[in-house]
Design a protein around this ligand. Sequence first.
Ligand SMILES: [Zn+2]
Length: 285
Amino acid sequence: MKLCKIHILTFVAILLLIPVAHGWGVDGHLITCRIAQARLSKAAADAVSQLLPAYADNDLGSLCSWADRVKFRYHWSSALHYIDTPDNLCTYQYNRDCKDEDGILDRCVAGAINNYTNQLLTYGDDNSASQYNLTEALLFLSHYIGDIHQPLHVGFTSDRGGNTIDVHWYTRKAVLHHVWDDNIIETAEERFYDSNVDELINTLQKNITTVWANQAKAWEACSKTACPDVYASEGIKAACDWAYKGVGEGSVLEDDYFLSRYPVVNMRLAQGGVRLAATFNRIFG
Ligand SMILES: [Zn+2]
């Protein structure tokens, strides 16, 4: 009986050690938020600046990873960073997929985006102050619109969005999920931008106003205030077409993979930034 207890405890300990899907790394979120903040309408820029804590110095990017840092304090929020979809189907449906491991509906990144959008819509209402913490809503929404654009955030259930697929990123050990959170962005920064994230942001911003100008208009389009289902459907498709494609347990991922996937990461970061701004502009008018 005692042995059984120890086994259960070991099992729980191992479960806790498995890395949990959390979306873009610090730089990915910084990039998304910086792109977004530069595209805000006057009303949205004012609201964001009012809601940010003073220590952020009106820099949304500096708190774009806040939601990852509070996962332990706000344990309920850890299921809100991703969506698990059925293995190998490569489709997403809100009613089928937006639930946590206990099957509770709405507990996924798309549900969280809808929820925090609705909370922020009360900004300016007379009696909203007591009902919601709108600063937290702002930071959660900024983070989750980034996360939903990381293709492996809308991934397969059995591999936890690539978290259980061991690979090599060049010579280093990694899991596939982490390659998409961090490694592709880091390698791009090192190789093309002198390890300077600001240079990468500049390039994406230039592309948004030139080569992607027409597409960017389509990225912004949304018939409601927030359109997470569109982004999630694109995400699982990109996961199948690019992230999972050709990758198995133990795969060595190097230039072939990096050079073909890096443009996808760039595009998703740009889309995340453009859409975060568009969402704030719709919310704050
Ligand atoms: Zn996250």
